[in-house]
Design a binder for this molecule. Structure first.
Ligand SMILES: O=C(O)CCC(=O)C(=O)O
Length: 323
């Protein structure tokens, strides 16, 4: 572990806490507020209008999640992670970089940063995220996985139109939520996310791929869907703002045509009770959660229960099993 600001909180006397932060089911730093009272948490609640907007359109944009210090912390952790020689590389679920081999693919897409660095770990428990997520999911929030999507300056990589749940059918029922958090301002020019409002009412579409062909989805849309698809919304956000979207929302993003990077952290969560529907590992390197068993254990912590107001699981020990 490198000497991060805040990492001293991982040390107790001479005993070093585990290298894998997935063993910690509470914040390990003071980057984000924690220990908040119910009254404090109320400050993070979405308005009824925002919740209604999400249900009507399938997304909600422009919610501030990070302040400048938090953005700086995550940017600095991210810059280390770009170098494949970084400490903790073996902990990723997935790590894709694509310097030149395929100019049509995302340069950096990785799953599992929460296991590697304190800022990305503690972001999961940030009440600005968990309180809003519990409102949109209408229940307790359990972690599924995180993602980093980074487009370097003047990079041709796109994220082709897709619905997130098409990649998650190994979990059920569908009670999932995505939170996309900008670490830079995102604009039409640098490849901001676009949504097709109302597409969360569509059925699940077949997978047509994430990289390369932005228009691959055309082949699987009905004429009516194709018409609706003609009016996507470009979600331009300030750094530190987020957008939430429904697991069936059709979304994608174009290339970065600017001289600056477009970086984002994405949190994917489920309503507590969502179960595995697979006897294969749900994520690379994670022990099997038998089909029919709810997500839980080391890799799928409970983040927030609005009934108790508690932020996540109790301090955890020996969480190697999923149960
Ligand atoms: O960051 C992007 O461009 C795409 C993000 C995305 O597909 C997602 O958050 O589900």
């Amino acid at each position: 572990m490198h000497a991060h600001a805040g990492v001293q909180l991982l040390m107790t006397g001479t005993i070093r806490m585990p290298h894998d932060l997935s063993l910690q089911h509470q914040p390990v730093s003071n980057f984000f507020p924690h220990g908040a009272t119910t009254t404090d948490l109320a400050a993070f609640r979405l308005s009824d209008e925002q919740v209604a907007f999400y249900h009507e359109h399938g997304y909600l944009a422009g919610v501030r999640i990070l302040n400048d210090a938090q953005i700086d912390q995550l940017r600095s952790e991210l810059s280390e992670l770009f170098d494949p020689a970084h400490d903790g590389h073996e902990l990723w679920y997935e790590y894709h970089t694509n310097e030149s081999a395929d100019p049509g693919s995302v340069l950096f897409h990785a799953l599992g940063a929460w296991r590697l660095r304190p800022g990305f770990h503690d972001l999961l428990w940030h009440p600005a995220f968990t309180v809003a997520a519990s409102q949109l999911l209408a229940g307790p929030v359990r972690f599924w996985h995180d993602q980093l999507f980074c487009k370097p300056a003047r990079h041709g990589g796109v994220v082709a139109w897709h619905q997130d749940y098409s990649y998650w059918t190994r979990t059920h029922p569908m009670a999932h939520l995505t939170c996309w958090i900008g670490l830079d301002d995102s604009t039409r020019e640098n490849g901001c996310v676009h949504y097709v409002p109302g597409s969360h009412h569509w059925d699940l579409l077949p997978i047509t791929g994430l990289a390369g062909d932005m228009n691959a989805i055309r082949d699987v849309l009905s004429d009516e869907q194709w018409n609706q698809f003609q009016n996507p919304v470009a979600v331009e956000l300030k750094a530190g703002e987020c957008s939430f979207h429904h697991p069936l929302m059709v979304h994608g993003s174009k290339e970065n045509r600017t001289s600056s990077p477009r970086r984002a952290a994405v949190l994917n969560v489920v309503r507590d009770g969502v179960a595995s529907s697979s006897n294969d590992p749900l994520l690379q390197g994670v022990p099997v959660v038998p089909a029919g068993s709810p997500l839980g254990g080391q890799f799928f912590p409970l983040l927030f229960d609005p009934m108790s107001g508690s932020l996540g699981d109790e301090p955890t020990r020996g969480l190697a099993s999923n149960g």
